[in-house]
Design a protein around this ligand. Structure first.
Ligand code: MN
Length: 231
């Protein structure tokens, strides 16, 4: 087959302990999925989960023990970090029940849902889509995927983010409003999940701005660290 312009290469994420890589299909993200973060964004109470997407090629793929480089994006004065547990789907499906969800998970990774908060807030105010605030180039750093059998008890794991060595975000995945299993149930009712999908599950409280020169170190216990430098 030949193409009139060069075809987009497959984006892939390394897998710990494997030479083979995880090819990325879609990137789903869950909004406001920790209570204390929902509060700091001005919301209270349990609402149904809601989702947005990022383009696959917005990933900044950080290889094992490397430091990723994220260029400071255009058009913003308020680039925020959001540390998140990421679920990698290994087997697709629709209308997956929470009870069956584990069979569909390949593994987990540490990710950052970087956000142009000023642009997102402006879009919220105007009732417009969040794309410009959330789905920009280089907006989704991610570390290597740990296969589910090696990941430990991710649903009760500490999640944290340090910026220049100082604590910014620290919580536990157990505090997710909609846990991983429930998120897969809701998401697969709305879209048919595919092998290769990634799900950014939401961020705990403590989101704040970063600037050029900052060093971000995110961690989910059992999944290792994600290091990203803002250029
Ligand atoms: Mn997020």
């Amino acid at each position: 087959m030949s193409f009139v312009v060069p075809p987009t290469p497959t984006v892939s994420v390394p897998v710990l302990g494997h030479a083979e890589r995880f090819p990325v299909h879609r990137i789903y993200c869950v909004g406001r999925n920790y209570e204390e973060h929902a509060k700091e964004m001005g919301f209270t109470g349990r609402e149904p989960p809601f989702f947005f997407l990022k383009p696959t090629d917005s990933l900044v793929v950080v290889e094992s023990s490397q430091t990723g480089q994220m260029p400071y994006p255009s058009l913003t004065q308020n680039l925020h970090h959001e540390i998140e547990l990421v679920v990698a789907i290994g087997k697709g499906g629709r209308n997956i029940s929470a009870a069956d969800s584990a069979q569909h998970i390949y593994g987990y990774a540490v990710g950052l849902d970087m956000t142009r908060r000023d642009l997102q807030n402006e879009m919220k105010k105007q009732g417009r889509p969040w794309c410009i605030g959330k789905a920009f180039d280089h907006s989704a750093p991610i570390g290597p995927i740990t296969p589910i059998a090696q990941a430990g008890d991710v649903n009760n794991a500490e999640i944290s983010l340090l910026v220049n060595g100082t604590d910014r975000q620290r919580s536990n995945v157990a505090k997710l409003i909609w846990n991983v299993a429930e998120t897969i149930e809701h998401l697969s009712a709305a879209w048919e999940l595919q092998a290769g999908d990634l799900i950014y599950t939401g961020t705990p409280e403590g989101v704040a701005a970063v600037v050029s020169g900052d060093m971000l170190v995110g961690e989910v216990a059992g999944l290792g660290q994600l290091k990203v430098a803002i250029k």
